[in-house]
Design a binder for this molecule. Structure first.
Ligand SMILES: *Cc1c(COP(=O)(O)O)cnc(C)c1O
Length: 431
């Protein structure tokens, strides 16, 4: 019998004697058995040599024993044992029937977007990741896909634009960098009620499976950039997609196999390694982020972070998520002042992206979100002075001290008798 795990996800898991010798991943559509922290590091990989780390199958082809008995793997574009192991591990931690690993987060969205036909309608947020915006723009200009950008943090706004042509609803929460929360469960329910054919896809990059599992909230597809928290070290690009509906996963796998965007064996191995420390990294990053957010709020800045009670959607966020994440943003009221602050830090590296063990600082309007033109940013009330902080695993006091020094140097804070004091300029735009 020929077996192809990638196409038979619900095959009887007990047929151990028919499994290939190496490596034998633990999870094929199995639901989680332990708490997530344990599942992240736990794997029953029974490699023929009992290797503790999953082997890297750095090969493009696999030899067959005969013409009539084709093995599980033949060509790495279609499947590779290291990638399969990663995908099964991901399915487990994402609470999905199956997961797929591709070459970047944007590739994940590109694969999902290939489900669309001309005339199909996509509903997406108005505070989207810049790259997502760029890809949707391409699809609407070149492929006849109709993209409706609405405020997806407002259920009514989504409800109003659902039609019979709605094929895909894209959600991101918290949005980046405005840190607005969208009601994944509420929107999934209302989309499915109004158009049962429409798929709700959640970009879970900001929270990772550690803090939220959108499939449990009613979403059809979850995808995320593995470049961020999942790998955690900014040394690879990767993307993951997961779903419970086998018909959806089969179509997505078809596209990956057809186009060849599956994650390479080496990067699959690096991502597997990164995932093992997700829980401990995220815990430290969140705890640091909370302390940084509280310091900035205490110092009089307008701070956006779901870990702060002042966040207008605090309750909604905590109804879905197990933590606040480690990305926050603040406003200074002045673009030049913000630029000066960003350029005055030392530990905080000026960099796009987040999810890394190192702390990063950026000005989205000049960096990650520069591909959204200034007029659109203005329409969406995007504060140009916004500073985004992506908190790493360093010592919290060092991080706060470095930030304080930069704020003082830039002229946003002054040291006074009773600590620090904000030199005030009003926030540029309301939340
Ligand atoms: C980074 C990011 C992506 C894209 O992922 P890449 O791995 O960079 O292609 C998509 N969505 C969000 C929210 C991101 O932060």
């Amino acid at each position: 019998m020929t077996m192809n795990y990638s196409q038979t996800p619900d095959m009887d898991i007990r047929m151990d004697d028919e499994l290939p010798l190496s490596p034998t991943p633990s999870t094929r559509g199995e639901t989680r058995r332990y708490t997530l922290e344990t599942e992240l590091v736990y794997s029953d990989c029974t490699d023929q040599y009992n290797s503790s780390s999953v082997p890297i199958y750095q090969t493009a082809t696999f030899k067959q024993t005969s013409l009539s008995n084709m093995g599980e793997y033949d060509y790495t574009r279609s499947g590779n044992p290291t990638r399969s192991h990663l995908e099964r591990h991901l399915a487990k931690i994402m609470n999905a029937s199956r997961a797929l690993a591709v070459s970047s987060g944007m590739t994940a969205l590109d694969v999902i977007a290939r489900l669309l036909k001309p005339g199909d309608e996509v509903i997406a947020g108005d505070d989207l990741y810049g790259g997502t915006n760029r890809l949707l723009k391409y699809l609407s200009v070149n492929n006849g896909v109709v993209v409706r950008h609405v405020d997806t943090t407002n259920n009514r706004a989504v409800q109003d634009v659902i039609t019979d042509q709605t094929t895909l609803v894209l959600l991101e929460t918290p949005t980046n960098p405005l840190i607005k929360i969208c009601d994944v469960a509420g929107i999934s329910a209302l989309v499915h009620a109004k158009n049962p054919q429409a798929l709700v896809a959640v970009d879970n990059t900001m929270l990772s499976p550690m803090l939220m599992t959108p499939l449990d909230l009613g979403a059809d597809i979850v995808y995320e950039s593995g470049t961020k928290y999942l790998s955690g070290h900014h040394d690879i690009m990767a993307g993951v997609i997961a779903a419970n509906r086998i018909d959806v996963i089969d179509r997505l796998f078809y596209i990956i196999n057809a186009s060849g965007c599956g994650l390479s064996p080496f990067d699959s191995w690096l991502l597997l390694r990164g995932i093992k420390t997700l829980a401990i990294r995220m815990e430290k990053q969140q705890s640091n982020a909370q302390q940084v957010a509280e310091f900035l709020e205490r110092s009089g800045f307008k701070v956006r972070y779901p870990g702060l009670k002042s966040h207008p959607q605090f309750d909604l966020h905590w109804s879905m998520a197990r933590g606040a994440g480690a990305v926050l943003s603040l406003e200074t009221g002045d673009i030049a002042l913000s630029a000066k602050i960003v350029e005055s830090t030392r530990i905080w590296g000026i960099s796009v992206s987040f999810g890394c063990v190192n702390s990063l600082i950026s000005m989205p309007c000049k960096m990650s979100h520069a591909s959204i033109d200034a007029k659109t940013r203005a329409e969406r009330e995007f504060p140009e002075d916004l500073i985004r902080l992506c908190v790493g695993i360093e010592n919290a006091d060092d991080l706060i001290e470095d930030l304080k020094t930069a704020l003082v140097k830039a002229g946003a804070l002054k040291i006074s008798m009773n600590g620090t004091e904000r030199i005030s300029t009003p926030p540029s735009k309301p939340l």
